[in-house]
Ligand binder design. Structure first.
Ligand SMILES: Nc1ncnc2c1ncn2[C@@H]1O[C@H](COP(=O)(O)OP(=O)(O)OP(=O)(O)O)[C@@H](O)[C@H]1O
Ligand SMILES: [Mg+2]
Length: 517
């Protein structure tokens, strides 16, 4: 039978023994991904195989055109030098193997390296390290053969070893690089999470009023749990802000926060939005994840729950009780781990009476109830909120800081704000965009706000009003204004008007203004 093994391989022969050793080294190399340990192994084994005194692997830094070495066997120093200097650099740049008996006689020999390492190089064999793409990544050098010059067999052995070493080195370099990337990403990720958590913490719910402070305290109290919370309140009072604060202070903070506005969807779509669709429900229907699945391990914020149909309410109740969902057209139950936060601007108790909201669902959702006050209930928080939005939007729109003159602020405090904090935020945003002065005046405010504050002065005195009447009207308005700004402090109001306290009291009596509001 013909043997298909090539030239005779005799593991007992000198060369055969060396080839066997190379094979073993290659196996070892492949199990090492730490660059330093790998370079150390290759250098040590090469020294032994070629009966040399030392071996060094120089890597080529292409960007800097430099050679560097982590390990020079027998010395711990890290070398780095210009690739255009010395034999190692010449090999890396030309791709030619260099084998010299007396290195210092070679035209490319650079004595600077020996000077740095304190080593005396005699004979030298250097061959390029090529990666799989054939690109040179460095030079493999063995120095000072114990007896005589490096032979052709040594060159062969070094080339065989180099081919394998280059691949292992490149793999190790990539692993190192990936590790650095991963550390960098982890660091960035932690930083981003800190920002997100800060942005949506309960600290972002502004207001010094007792009503707002009570909300903040409650959110902090329940931060360890996953109870269902129902927030109610008029439109724009901060129900979603509360939802985010609850999520981002909870143990689920790193899971998703998913919001669904139940009122914005046609009835036919609500269920597939919530529970997803199984593939093939109807021809051409692709499988789609529902919000319950996207919110897995996180929080699902259901806005306007009061608008869900009774059928959907029944299905939602089942999910809350059993913690599993059934996709539209699905045959199996999928377990979900989702915290439910719900919000509504309807009076749900009235809706229950009307029979449009299920009572059992209502009780499930409102384990904790947070009622957000209308802005007109917390008028004293208006300056704080207004200044906060003013500073935020000036920064965002890269404008110099602006301020509200006291009269403008009084107007904001008097207006009933049917759209609540959102309306105030939008008004301030509009002012930041449209006002070109540093100070925001009364007349810059929206018509409705100025009018409702009842302080639009007649452009001209009406012809049927005498001068005396007009002056009296103006005087009365100025007094009311000053009292409001001083929060009914008569002494302060009098000083602001240039009157004595007694003078002010007299005028108040004349105009029928009471001391207390
Ligand atoms: N107390 C507050 N402090 C700071 N910002 C607030 C506060 N309340 C509301 N906001 C801001 O007002 C805007 C409206 O709030 P949000 O969307 O939470 O209201 P909502 O009650 O969900 O309104 P809707 O019922 O219309 O959905 C948001 O930009 C929010 O950040
Ligand atoms: Mg909302």
């Amino acid at each position: 039978m013909a043997s298909n093994i090539g030239p005779e391989f005799d593991p007992q022969s000198r060369l055969g023994g060396k080839l066997l050793a190379i094979l073993k080294i290659c196996q070892q190399m492949n199990s090492l991904t730490d660059l330093t340990a790998l370079l150390d192994l290759i250098a040590r084994e090469a020294t032994r195989l070629m009966e040399a005194d030392r071996a060094t692997i120089f890597l080529l830094d292409r960007d800097k055109q430099e050679m560097w070495s982590k390990v020079a066997l027998g010395s711990e120093e890290v070398l780095r030098f210009d690739a255009r200097l010395g034999i190692a650099g010449a090999v890396a740049l030309t791709g030619q193997t260099i084998n010299v008996e007396e290195a210092h006689r070679h035209p490319q020999f650079y004595p600077g390296i020996d000077a740095q390492t304190g080593y005396h190089t005699r004979s030298l064999l250097a061959t390029p390290l090529r990666n799989l793409e054939g690109q040179i990544i460095g030079t493999f050098e063995v120095l000072n053969k114990q007896q005589g010059p490096f032979t052709e067999t040594d060159e062969e052995i070094l080339r065989a070893l180099t081919a394998q070493a280059a691949i292992a080195i490149e793999t190790a370099q990539r692993v190192e690089e990936l590790g650095r990337h991963r550390d960098h990403l982890l660091q960035q990720n932690t930083q981003l999470w800190r920002e997100v958590e800060g942005r949506f913490s309960s600290q972002m719910i502004l207001g010094a009023s007792e009503k707002i402070q009570a909300v903040v305290r409650l959110i902090e109290q329940i931060s360890d749990s996953s109870v269902s919370v129902l927030s109610t309140g008029e439109s724009g009072t901060g129900k979603e802000l509360v939802g985010k604060a609850i999520h981002y202070t909870s143990p689920r903070a790193r899971g998703p926060f998913v919001a669904l506005n139940c009122a914005a969807l046609p009835e036919s779509l609500v269920e597939s939005e919530l529970f997803g669709i199984e593939e093939g429900v109807a021809t051409g229907v692709k499988r789609r994840l529902g919000k319950f699945q996207t919110a897995h391990a996180g929080t699902l914020f259901l806005d306007e729950v009061g608008d869900l149909s009774l059928t959907t309410q029944a299905k939602l109740l089942r999910v809350l009780q059993e913690r599993v969902i059934e996709q539209v057209g699905g045959r199996k139950m999928i377990p979900v781990d989702v915290r439910i936060l719900a919000a509504t601007n309807k009076e749900l108790e009235e809706e229950i009476e009307k029979g449009v909201v299920r009572q059992d669902l209502y009780y499930r959702l409102k384990v904790i109830h947070i009622r957000m006050p209308a802005l007109r209930e917390i008028r004293d928080d208006i300056p704080l909120l207004a200044h906060h939005f003013l500073a935020t939007y000036c920064r965002e729109m890269k404008k110099e800081p602006m301020k509200l003159i006291p009269q403008a602020l009084s107007c904001l405090m008097e207006y009933p704000w049917p759209g609540n904090v959102r309306e105030l935020e939008n008004e301030i945003k509009r002012l930041v965009v449209s006002v070109r002065r540093e100070a925001i005046m009364e007349e810059d405010l929206s018509e409705a706000i100025r009018r409702s504050a009842g302080r639009t002065l007649p452009a001209k005195a009406k012809s049927d009003h005498s001068l005396k009447q007009t002056v009296a009207e103006l005087e009365k308005r100025m007094i009311l204004d000053a009292l409001q700004r001083s929060r009914r402090n008569q002494q302060q109001a009098a000083t602001a008007l240039g009157l004595s306290r007694q003078g002010l009291i007299k005028k108040m009596k004349r105009y029928g203004i009471k001391s207390a509001p």
